[in-house]
Structures are given as C-alpha cells and as structure tokens.
Design a protein around this ligand. Structure first.
Ligand code: SF4
Length: 121
C-alpha cells in the first residue's frame, strides 16, 4: 500500500486529499475531498495527471510583432509539457485573431487545441 497526499486545486478551498494505492498501483480509497470534482481530480492526479498549458506566441499585427496569450482548451499529460512548449515556441499567429480561435488543432492529443486568449484585430 502507498498513500499520496494531495491538495485539490480545483477550487480555492484547497482540500487535503489522501489517495491510497495498492501494490498494483490501483486506487484503494480516496479520502478528504468535499465534492466529487475533488475526488475526480485526485483520481486523475495519481493515475493520469494533466495540466492546462498557458503561454504566449508571437503574432504579426499591423503595428508589428506582439505577444498573444494562449492556452490549451483541455488538460494535456503533464509528462508532455516539454514537447508542448516546443510547439508553442514554434507557433506564429497573424492578425486578425479572436479569443477562442484555434491556433493549433489536435495539440499534443487529439481533440485538444491551442487557442487564443485575446483579440488582435
Ligand atoms: S474537493 Fe471540492 S471543495 Fe475541496 S478543493 Fe476540491 S473542488 Fe474544492
């Protein structure tokens, strides 16, 4: 048996959650969560941790090059963040861009996209 102590980051309450794994790495119990979102977070965090990536890419505008805030529209595997940043650094946008526009489709994983977080018209 192994126990993992986590702080839930889904909401500001920051509940302390304890996940117990058996010798095969399967979840035996989850304790300390206040709501089901926290239970799901804890289960994912010990079996398949993901992160929403936020960063910036260069965008060409009429006033020259600017920095466009971007993020993934879903979590990507934590172990792929280094690969993800390589793609972000190589990505260039060109105005006009609207908030929510997809800059890179199927980013790291099918169905996950890198999207713009600001308008550049
Ligand atoms: S378990 Fe629920 S209430 Fe507690 S921090 Fe997570 S989301 Fe918030």
């Amino acid at each position: 048996m192994t126990t993992k102590e986590l702080t839930c980051v889904v909401c500001p309450a920051g509940c302390r959650i304890t996940v117990t794994l058996n010798d095969k790495g399967d979840i035996e119990s989850i304790e300390g969560y206040t709501c089901l979102r926290g239970k799901t977070y804890a289960a994912n965090e010990v079996t398949h941790p993901v992160r929403t990536l936020t960063s910036t890419v260069t965008i060409e505008t009429a006033e020259g090059k600017k920095m466009l805030p971007v993020r993934t529209d879903a979590g990507i595997p934590r172990e792929r963040l280094f690969d993800a940043m390589k793609i972000v650094r190589a990505t260039r946008a060109k105005a006009p861009v609207h908030t929510g526009d997809i800059l890179v489709a199927d980013f790291i994983e099918p169905g996950t996209n890198l999207v713009a977080c600001k308008d550049f018209l």
